[in-house]
Design a protein around this ligand. Structure first.
Ligand SMILES: NC(=O)c1ccc[n+]([C@@H]2O[C@H](COP(=O)([O-])OP(=O)(O)OC[C@H]3O[C@@H](n4cnc5c(N)ncnc54)[C@H](O)[C@@H]3O)[C@@H](O)[C@H]2O)c1
Ligand SMILES: [Zn+2]
Length: 356
């Protein structure tokens, strides 16, 4: 078992997490009974089984499923879950288990943070993206008509349980989505991750355990480092948003037919182009990132239906905007990043032309 300690909770990486979970649920005062929040797909794969195991172990639990997909990461789903918690008589001394990908984590964490002004929750991420990224740092939230993740809370789980074996059922497309976030970590903090991704493409897509564990551990360590210094994203934590302002806008414009990893991939590519045209980054470095993204079938071009103007209006409301100036996280070389406040619409339009 590997344990990564954050300020207020631990992340455990191990093979038989359910056994450990049962021991922990019995020995900690996290909850009297538990609501397993999970999406419809993960419910079938792992949710029902988890509930059976918990109930057999004498731990009372219910399942509250929602239909999978970014479209459902909204207030309506949260309201439905809240209703269910009331119906099932959940109180302050009960808790939530988030079982699933990043969408489940964001919804379940948000619900936990507002139900009766906050009840405990535990995270069991089951996608590579949620393991390397969303299960670290306590960000929760939902999407609204105004944009992605603009409503939410910072609310830490009691513990995070990672079992790489869950990934065996994950479609390749979702592994590739996670690679976009792993490339993000490589560019902002650890270029050797990029080399690992380049050298071991086949092994990673085939879930080679040794390589995957090394990557997972590196990513969590990097994110843990950022969020420990800057929990509420006033400074250095913003680096983790590299590619995300544009990515989120593209997800929203596409009606969420573009998934998070894909949006981030296009977002990073466009930002790199801006960096090159401002002579902040070499074309060689930008091409290196672009080719790596492409080698994992991640998109680097805009959909034909998305104009630069539409993109600009969609990013207007993003949280990274201050006083009408656009603030972006711009890489200057592999492993180095700057927060730049002066990106203009012209910069974006020019870069979009190169990604049409
Ligand atoms: N809170 C944060 O810090 C943070 C960080 C990064 C991303 N996010 C959010 O995470 C979301 C993306 O997460 P995601 O990519 O995990 O999406 P997701 O939760 O939708 O999971 C992707 C798909 O995989 C399925 N799935 C999950 N686990 C599976 C398994 N083991 N086997 C087979 N199928 C499985 C799901 O049902 C879903 O269809 C976005 O909404 C993004 O905004 C949040
Ligand atoms: Zn992300």
């Amino acid at each position: 078992m590997k344990r990564i300690r954050l300020k207020s909770y631990d992340i455990l990486i191990m093979d038989n997490i359910i056994k450990k979970l049962i021991v922990d649920l019995k020995s900690n005062n996290w909850g009297r009974k538990f609501a397993i929040i999970t999406d419809s797909k993960v419910k079938k794969l792992y949710g029902i089984e988890l509930q059976e195991i918990l109930n057999k172990a004498g731990i009372e639990s219910i399942i509250i499923p929602f239909v999978s997909g970014e479209k459902n990461k909204n207030f309506h789903t949260v309201e439905r879950i809240l209703d269910q918690l009331f119906k099932e008589d959940f109180h302050k001394d009960d808790a939530i288990i988030a079982l699933g990908g990043g969408i489940t984590g964001d919804i379940a964490g948000f619900t936990a943070s507002i139900y009766m002004r906050g009840i405990p929750y535990i995270q069991i991420p089951t996608t590579l993206l949620s393991i390397v990224d969303s299960s670290v740092g306590g960000k929760t939230g939902v999407n609204t008509q105004w944009g992605k993740n603009l409503i939410g809370t910072f609310y830490n789980p009691k513990r995070v349980y990672i079992q790489p074996k869950f990934l065996n059922t994950l479609p390749k497309k979702q592994i590739k989505n996670a690679v976009a976030e792993i490339i993000k970590y490589g560019v902002i903090a650890k270029p050797s991750l990029l080399k690992t991704l380049k050298k071991n493409r086949k092994e990673i897509l085939n879930l080679n355990k040794k390589i995957l564990l090394k990557i997972i551990f590196s990513c969590i360590k990097i994110k843990a480092g950022f969020v420990t210094i800057d929990e509420k994203e006033h400074g250095i934590r913003k680096h983790l948003n590299y590619g995300h302002t544009i990515g989120h806008a593209l997800e929203k414009i596409s009606g969420f037919s573009i998934q998070h990893g894909q949006g981030v991939s296009i977002g990073m590519s466009i930002i790199n182009t801006i960096s090159v045209s401002r002579k902040m980054m070499t074309k060689k470095d930008a091409d290196y990132i672009k080719n790596l993204l492409k080698s994992y079938s991640l998109p680097t071009k805009l959909l034909p239906s998305v104009s630069a103007i539409r993109l600009i209006s969609a990013i207007k409301l993003d949280k990274k905007m201050h006083n009408d100036k656009k603030q972006f996280i711009i890489p200057t070389k592999l492993g180095k990043i700057k927060i730049i406040d002066s990106i203009t619409n012209r910069d974006i339009i020019k870069a979009c032309k190169k990604h049409a």
